[in-house]
Design a protein around this ligand. Structure first.
Ligand SMILES: *[C@@H]1O[C@H](CO)[C@@H](O)[C@H](O)[C@H]1NC(C)=O
Ligand SMILES: *[C@@H]1O[C@H](CO)[C@@H](O)[C@H](O)[C@H]1NC(C)=O
Ligand SMILES: *[C@@H]1O[C@H](CO)[C@@H](O)[C@H](O)[C@H]1NC(C)=O
Ligand SMILES: *[C@@H]1O[C@H](CO)[C@@H](O)[C@H](O)[C@H]1NC(C)=O
Length: 392
């Protein structure tokens, strides 16, 4: 379906480079802005369905495939270096070796009590929080970051910084150092979008004193209490709690199987969690980046921010994790990951999706959302018109 359209963004980027006669300046203000008109494509630990998770190669691939945000877990090594780390697994089947810029980054970190050598199969070094940020800032379009304050209770017990600061302080200091600031959809935020996520509500409340960047409260399975406050799933998804936490966060990140329970691998009746979260309005000053100025003389595209009149938006819901492998797809979807995306976007109505397969989500959204992206669909049309002219 519509295969010519999915190549259009690529063609468009090539046109920009070719026309201006200079390479794209990664930090230039005229990069293609973050799309804000459809649910966010959040690349869970990079394009980790294809490449070992949380590696530079996985993030680079996710950006190529159309991620709006690249997602990561931030932990601290024993000596206080913030790193991207989950359970890095080995997989020898990819071409990260071609990205020479990361080839020499062999490291050993002591992470939560064990030594982890960060150079797996000679190809996949652990990257630091700062390296991860650089990958997003160097992207040819605006790509957001979505770092998690991971296991803060444990890290604050085991890692001591010389200046007496906490893990959360170091986490926010790193973001601030690289210019990340601003409330959700503000002008500053749209320049360098970031969501801060955590399963620990006290960490989110604490960092809300340090930065106005938007925060997302992650919610675990129904049987697992919060790691810091020992609150039950039922308590933290109740209306009174959502009322409380909305002063600190712009959304929640629940496990998808708690929103739509599953029995014998079949979906059951959806809960009301998404509609209840959406009923909690957030007051934000927000801008739209969906307006463009065209300099047709040279195809430069300049995002123009304008203040919208709407004073509030619903609390966001970004469930995790969408996985295309048959073993993860519930039987209702007949082994079709596009059917799963369609269900969650068009029936459940989520605002962002953590996916292991950035490329398939991007394709789905390109194929199905022409009607609501006027400026960018115009660009696609121009690009495909020019490309067919070139072929003639
Ligand atoms: C990690 O390696 C360092 C250096 O070899 C060593 O001193 C330390 O005891 C090791 N830590 C653990 C938990 O094995
Ligand atoms: C936030 O800062 C205020 C003023 O410094 C302080 O009173 C309050 O305890 C802080 N809140 C948290 C959660 O750290
Ligand atoms: C957490 O809460 C449960 C249920 O209220 C209680 O049984 C348990 O002892 C608590 N755990 C801690 C560490 O406080
Ligand atoms: C662009 O799309 C938005 C959302 O669908 C719509 O409100 C707006 O009127 C459209 N603008 C133009 C110029 O068609």
């Amino acid at each position: 379906m519509a295969s010519s359209h999915c190549f259009a963004p690529l063609v468009f980027l090539l046109l920009l480079v070719g026309c201006s006669g200079r390479p794209i300046d990664p930090h230039a203000t005229n990069r293609q802005p973050l799309q804000t008109s459809r649910p966010y494509n959040i690349a869970h630990r990079g394009s980790n369905g294809e490449i070992p998770e949380e590696t530079a190669a996985a993030y680079i691939r996710a950006i190529e495939e159309g991620a709006d945000f690249i997602e990561t877990d931030i932990l601290s090594s024993k000596d206080g270096v913030l790193i991207c780390f989950h359970d890095v697994t080995l997989d020898d089947t990819t071409d990260v070796a071609e990205h020479k810029e990361f080839a020499d980054r062999k490291r050993t970190y002591e992470v939560q009590g064990f030594n982890t050598t960060g150079f797996f199969t000679g190809k996949y070094p652990i990257i630091t929080f700062e390296e991860y940020i650089s990958i997003a800032l160097d992207a040819p379009r605006v790509v957001g970051i979505y770092p998690e304050i991971k296991n803060p209770v444990l890290i604050n017990q085991h890692v001591k910084w010389a200046d007496g600061k906490r893990f959360e302080d170091k986490f926010v200091e790193t973001l601030t150092k690289y210019g990340y600031k601003g409330s959700y959809l503000s002008k500053d935020w749209l320049k360098q979008p970031a969501f801060i996520q955590s399963f620990a509500p006290t960490s989110l409340v604490y960092v809300s004193n340090l930065t106005d960047l938007p925060k997302i409260f992650l919610i675990d399975d129904v049987t697992i209490p919060t790691q810091d406050t020992n609150q039950s799933y039922w308590e933290i998804t109740s209306d009174p709690y959502l009322d409380y936490i909305k002063d600190y966060v712009v959304g929640i990140g629940p496990w998808k199987d708690t929103i739509v329970p599953v029995v014998n691998n079949y979906l059951q009746t959806p809960t009301d969690l998404v509609s209840r979260a959406h009923a909690h309005d957030l007051q934000v000053d927000f801008f739209s980046a969906n307006t463009y100025l065209f300099d047709l003389g040279c195809m430069d595209v300049v995002p123009v921010n304008r203040v919208l009149t709407s004073p509030s938006i619903p609390m966001q819901v970004h469930p995790y994790t969408y996985r295309n492998e048959n073993s993860f797809l519930h039987l209702n979807f007949h082994q079709d990951p596009y059917a799963e995306y369609n269900y969650w976007i068009n029936e459940i109505g989520v605002d962002g999706l953590f996916t292991d397969f950035t490329g398939s989500l991007h394709n789905f959204q390109e194929w199905t959302s022409f009607n609501d992206k006027n400026a960018s669909s115009l660009l696609h049309k121009i690009a495909s018109m020019v490309s067919s002219y070139e072929k003639a």
